[in-house]
Design a protein around this ligand. Sequence first.
Ligand SMILES: Nc1ncnc2c1ncn2[C@@H]1O[C@H](COP(=O)(O)OP(=O)(O)OP(=O)(O)O)[C@@H](O)[C@H]1O
Length: 314
Amino acid sequence: MSDPTIRTRGLTKRYGELRAVDAVDLEVGEGSVYGFLGANGSGKTTTVRMLLGLVLPTEGYAEVLGQPMPSARTSVLPQVGALVEGPGAYDHLSGRLNLALLDAAGPDPLPRSRRRARVGEVLEQVGLDPADRRPVRAYSLGMRQRLGLAAALVRRPRLLVLDEPTNGLDPQGISEIRALLLALNAEGTTIFLSSHLLAEIEQMCTDVGVLDRGRLVLQERLETLLRPTGLVEVHSPDAATAARLLGDAVVDVTCARLLVRAEDAASLNHHLVTSGVGVERLGPYERDLEQVVLEASSAPPAPAELPRAEVLSA
Ligand SMILES: Nc1ncnc2c1ncn2[C@@H]1O[C@H](COP(=O)(O)OP(=O)(O)OP(=O)(O)O)[C@@H](O)[C@H]1O
């Protein structure tokens, strides 16, 4: 297997007492679409900033495209397209001029006519009109996001690092950007994308990493996570009797629901019913990404730890 495109070991960022990122070991394979999930404040942006050399780690190290960051950033960053929170642009200039300035500041020894053409191409790719002369200050949030993405793409990077790329886009825009990213990935671009939108990650990622309060609590291929569980979900008004009857095959009981390790749901149903246990519903237990992430993330605080108003309204 080729070297990972991103690898971190023990990557940590402390702000005073707070461990915003806590001993994170990321492994992002070449050619993957890696979805980096986590609740607000879990440390995604801080991690992304460390990968790009914008924030220095307190401990640990990061390698991007096989080179250490931030020390190798002058050779790494020209091969990386990045979109990190709130894409910046000169408000009084058009999107096209903004991109042309950015591109001209880059290291590629391309003739001006070729640069002009690729700025036009990339604007079209992200769904902006290359002939639009309006200043960026007249852009909607979604148009600004598209312009930020165009800036990340203009140098045809090997790796795209995108922090919440569909922020501010409507459903149509989200699906256009998803199609664009998948097309780029099919051409070989590795994509590392942070998001708190599970559906977005589920629809386009090959791999998932989940941050919970700074810690990487899950890192796995998506297909492995969503593989059949080999468990049967049983809803029964006699859950306690069913649990006694099935013994070690029961892996979890919550109220009237049991998760049971079983080869065949029909024979389990037959066994329960003939033993006099009522069965309301029974079927293979399938998890979606939301359940996987909830199970991996730490449990919410117990009622005693909740503020009083939340306990009362719960
Ligand atoms: N410069 C800073 N100084 C102090 N604390 C910071 C700083 N930057 C981030 N933090 C804190 O670190 C934690 C992680 O923040 P971060 O922005 O990385 O999370 P996030 O997962 O990207 O959240 P969001 O989805 O809301 O952007 C938060 O508690 C945040 O308040």
